[in-house]
Design a protein around this ligand. Structure first.
Ligand SMILES: Cc1cc2nc3c(=O)[nH]c(=O)nc-3n(C[C@H](O)[C@H](O)[C@H](O)COP(=O)(O)OP(=O)(O)OC[C@H]3O[C@@H](n4cnc5c(N)ncnc54)[C@H](O)[C@@H]3O)c2cc1C
Length: 272
């Protein structure tokens, strides 16, 4: 049964045992929890490690009464997560935010950790018999997640070192496909410079895009304001993380330095 029919309320914390840990490579793992959340692709959950912290993570799949997230070790929280084993109990709240709203023929473009939520998106597109193409980029073949899953769906790959697919930026693959084929919508998740390039591509091609943004999040439900973007005040945890082309036009700090955990912009001069 798909997760779509199994609604869970979002605001309460569910303390759940880790059911399975999937090792992708050093510092990159998926964590499966035994509960279906009624999450749309592109939505996220807040994951709590008792005694450590709570952070947002995109849903990388929902199947048969299970929810999965995929994490990369970059700092204190994600490193603590890498030490979690089956049976350890963690807290999950969610799903939160607005995910992808599929329509028409899609071009799915992912980079780095941004590939994780796109896996759930393409599973849904496949279930719905939608027409779509996939292009994915990572630094190396080793860092490319879910290669088997995406290859089955005809994905094209780009790596910085040429160890998988073409040696180029994933946006070059996306541009070429847009010249050769007609799409109604570009779905994107990945580093912000990649998203900026995709927005320009969508503008040039005159088609819509839905791009997933990351901003510093604390509450996940639009109260604390830490993920509000300059210009529009859009709260990324509530109105995003996925924004469409018209909404992105309102984001003054799209592609620019944005606010950190303290609320200060990363490029702002320090107070004397
Ligand atoms: C909507 C959303 C979805 C995300 N999905 C994933 C995912 O699927 N997989 C994954 O590995 N990571 C994901 N992240 C990032 C994740 O929440 C953590 O930021 C990351 O694990 C680093 O945390 P850390 O404490 O280990 O490292 P730190 O050293 O504390 O942080 C490293 C960097 O992560 C970012 N960061 C830290 N805390 C937060 C926070 N509370 N909110 C937003 N950014 C933060 C900052 O850019 C920081 O410089 C997502 C973030 C957002 C906003």
């Amino acid at each position: 049964m798909s997760g779509r029919s199994l609604a869970m309320s979002s605001h309460e914390m569910h303390t759940l045992p880790v059911k399975q840990v999937v090792f992708h490579h050093d510092g990159l793992k998926s964590f499966v929890f035994p509960r279906a959340f009624d999450a749309e692709p592109g939505q996220f959950v807040m994951l709590w490690i008792p005694g450590v912290d709570e952070k947002p993570f995109s849903v990388s799949d929902v199947t048969d009464g299970k929810i999965e997230i995929t994490a990369k070790a970059v700092g204190p929280f994600s490193r603590a997560l890498m030490n979690c084993k089956p049976g350890d109990r963690l807290g999950l709240r969610g799903p939160f935010g607005r995910g992808f709203r599929p329509r028409g023929r899609g071009l799915v473009v992912g980079g780095g950790m941004g590939i994780a939520p796109l896996r759930y998106l393409v599973h849904r597109l496949e279930q719905d018999r939608a027409s779509f193409r996939i292009v994915l980029g990572a630094r190396t073949a080793e860092e490319m997640m879910f290669v088997g899953d995406f290859s089955r769906l005809g994905a094209q790959f780009a790596t910085d070192d040429g160890t998988l697919g073409r040696q180029c930026l994933v946006t070059s693959l996306a541009e070429r496909l847009c010249e050769e084929e007609r799409f109604d919508l570009i779905y994107g998740c990945g580093p912000e410079p990649m998203l900026v390039a995709l927005k320009k591509l969508a503008d040039r091609a005159g088609i819509d895009c839905q791009l997933s943004l990351e901003r510093h999040m604390k509450c996940g439900i639009g109260i604390c304001g830490s993920c509000c973007v300059d210009g529009s005040g859009i709260c990324i945890c509530r109105e995003g993380p996925v924004l469409d082309r018209a909404e992105l036009d309102l984001v003054a700090d799209f592609g620019l330095p944005h606010r950190d955990a303290t609320g200060a912009r990363k490029d702002a001069p320090a107070m004397a």
